[in-house]
Each structure stands twice: as structure tokens, then as C-alpha cells.
Design a protein around this ligand. Sequence first.
Ligand SMILES: [Zn+2]
Length: 71
Amino acid sequence: MQCPTCGEYGDLVIVKVKKTGEEVLVCTECDSLWKTVEAEHLGETVLDVSDFLTQRNLASDWGELELLRRV
Ligand SMILES: [Zn+2]
């Protein structure tokens, strides 16, 4: 699925935050993050990956995320 923020470049993927178990949608290209796994109801971008991880006192690193599947 195309990312609504960066258009044709990004792939949206569902990832799990390893240390909290949260599942969120992220774009592999522009690092936009949505706090939902329902790609049909994305709405506005909530955060980007590094902000989201920083808020949880995690390293701002994709290594904190486990890739579950593409959407
Ligand atoms: Zn994107």
C-alpha cells in the first residue's frame, strides 16, 4: 500500500515494538508512524518513528521494531 505522506516511494508495514508489544503502522521510506494497524483508517500521521520511540524511552532505532507484515 502507498504511503499517504510520501506517496509512491514508501511501503507501509505493520511493526511490533519489541519492548512494549504495541503494534503500529510505519512507512519504511519516510518513517511516518500511525498508532493503528488498520490501513484503511490512517488519517493524519501521528508521529515519526524516532519521536514515538523516544517518548517510550527507547533508542530511536528501527532495531526496536519487529517487522510483522506489509499492508
Ligand atoms: Zn512514507
